[in-house]
Design a protein around this ligand. Structure first.
Ligand code: SF4
Length: 153
């Protein structure tokens, strides 16, 4: 099963890291690690950025929306090209957040919301999970295996 994954979840030092992946066997998936912000032309490390409604600004007050949207669209193009239908993304990121993001005030407060890339994927009918929803992903994988076993060789 093909799975696009936030590159930082696999330890690529593009921004965040996650321990949550220990709950699934990654060898069950054909993984495609990718960072939409790097695709958008941002360096690593880079100043923290947060969403302010449709806009994304960095901690210096610069509007960095263009790079975020560019990276999200480049990542979507990649998924289409590779025929990847689902993504496991890093919660709280202004690109990859699935259920929560920082509130745009750079004070560490989180709100319900989605990252730019996540929003684009959902608008286009892709299945998206965060590292905090690994159980759902696992169930989906088990279901697929069950169906394959039932249909036989
Ligand atoms: S954009 Fe996504 S993949 Fe890149 S560092 Fe942020 S959370 Fe990780």
């Amino acid at each position: 099963m093909k799975l696009l994954i936030s590159a930082c979840l696999l330890g690529t030092p593009c921004r965040y890291n996650a321990e949550a992946l220990k709950k699934i066997n990654l060898y069950d998936f054909e993984l495609y690690p990718l960072c939409p912000e790097i695709l958008g032309g941002f360096p690593t490390p880079r100043p923290p950025s947060e969403r302010q409604d449709k806009k994304v600004v960095n901690i210096r007050g610069e509007d960095v929306s263009e790079g975020f949207y560019l990276g999200a669209h480049a990542a979507l193009d990649f998924m289409r090209k590779e025929n990847i239908q689902m993504a496991l993304l890093k919660e709280n990121s202004p690109s990859c957040g699935v259920r929560s993001i920082y509130d745009g005030s750079f004070t560490g407060r989180k709100i319900k919301g989605r990252g730019i890339f996540t929003e684009l994927l959902l608008e286009n009918g892709y299945r998206v999970y965060s590292e905090n929803q690994i159980e759902i992903l696992k169930e989906e994988l088990d279901e697929k295996k069950k169906k394959e076993n039932q249909s036989g060789p």
